[in-house]
Design a protein around this ligand. Structure first.
Ligand SMILES: [Zn+2]
Length: 347
């Protein structure tokens, strides 16, 4: 007999989840039907598409699927439904706090412009938080395929909405394009406005991209960052400064960054003392949500319940959640670990 604690009951914070990517597959089908959008088989088959983002064509294909899914979000009601369902899924997976990432620019054309889009998104977040009891905040993410001036506009917009739930500023899309440095002014605006710097790095590109995030954008957290594992000196730096990597194992495998769950260097980061916050990234496209990432740590990397509890603590500590919520979540993590697991027969 072995004791196994339910990872859905383990309190945690979810710090890496993209807006459209959080959608339930059934909701996408519904919305596509409502608007007469033809979905490619990759989005309707019920199994996650095989993508290989290690080459630019594969990444382009991933972006195209994402764009089609996003094109089904056209009204404030659609946005509200998306956020409410994302919150419900998170609650089911033991999340106490969600920081959802969005580039409002890409929703602006259908929602009446950039500022209205931002307002609609923040309204939806407030409402979903009230309805589900989950603490939710927003990271505004610039797109590195666009002009750095666009990023500055977004950074100002993000800062102006800091009192309405924006807590951080990110940078997403293909790390192999452009330089992090091109976006340094935008990130300076965000940081001066009190926002956390949380750009993507160390996913499609190697350790150098993580160093760029630290040196040029003063990242307080790194989206992914897993490929820091290739550079011991960088690992020491991340650990010394307590820079959390938002690691998304299922996404890494789905996008071909690593061949299989066992290859995601969770152990390397953990043993090096680099804090991690496991995240689902884009459940719509990758087929798994928050608790499943902890299952990968357990199943593919042999993390014990004590280590899984520590991962959960790291996610809570790296969050922008208010002190009171962090304290409660950390106490509940201890309680999860202290309680005996359900007993189940083995073999
Ligand atoms: Zn991401």
């Amino acid at each position: 007999m072995e004791r196994v604690r339910d990872l859905r009951q383990l309190p945690k914070a979810h710090l890496h989840l993209h807006f459209t990517g959080s959608m339930r597959p059934a909701t996408l089908l519904d919305l596509a039907d409502k608007y007469g959008v033809h979905l490619p088989d990759a989005l309707t088959s019920g199994t996650p598409p095989r993508l290989s983002a290690t080459d630019e064509r594969g990444w382009f294909r991933f972006q195209r699927l994402y764009d089609i899914a996003r094109s089904c979000l056209r009204s404030p009601e659609d946005i509200q439904r998306l956020v409410r369902e994302a919150a419900e899924e998170d609650v089911r997976d033991g999340s106490r706090w969600l920081e959802i990432q969005v580039d409002p620019t890409s929703y602006a054309p259908r929602l009446g412009g950039l500022i209205p889009a931002m307002e609609i998104i923040l309204d939806a977040v407030e409402r979903a938080s009230r309805d589900t009891g989950l603490g939710i905040r927003v990271l505004v993410a610039a797109n590195r395929m666009k002009h750095p001036l666009d990023a500055r506009t977004l950074a100002r917009l993000a800062v102006r909405h800091a009192d309405r739930g924006v807590v951080g500023f990110g940078l997403s899309n293909d790390e192999r394009r452009g330089l992090a440095r091109d976006f340094d002014r935008a990130f300076a605006i965000a940081r001066d406005g009190g926002l956390l710097s949380a750009p993507h790095g160390g996913e499609l590109s190697g350790p150098a991209s993580v160093r760029d995030c630290l040196d040029d954008l003063h990242a307080g957290r790194i989206g992914h960052g897993v490929r820091a594992a290739e550079d011991p000196e960088l690992l020491r730096r991340l650990a010394a400064h307590g820079v959390t990597c938002e690691v998304c194992p299922a996404s890494n495998v789905a996008l071909g960054v690593y061949g299989k769950p066992e290859d995601v260097p969770l152990r390397t980061l953990y043993e090096a003392g680099v804090p991690m916050a496991l995240g689902a990234d884009d459940p719509l496209l990758f087929g798994s949500r928050l608790a499943a990432q902890y299952e990968i740590a357990r199943g593919a990397h042999g993390f014990t319940d004590a280590e899984l509890a520590e991962l959960a603590r790291q996610s809570v500590r790296a969050s922008r959640a208010p002190e009171e919520l962090r304290r409660t979540a950390l106490a509940d993590i201890d309680a999860w670990l202290a309680a005996p697991g359900r007993t189940r027969p083995t073999g």
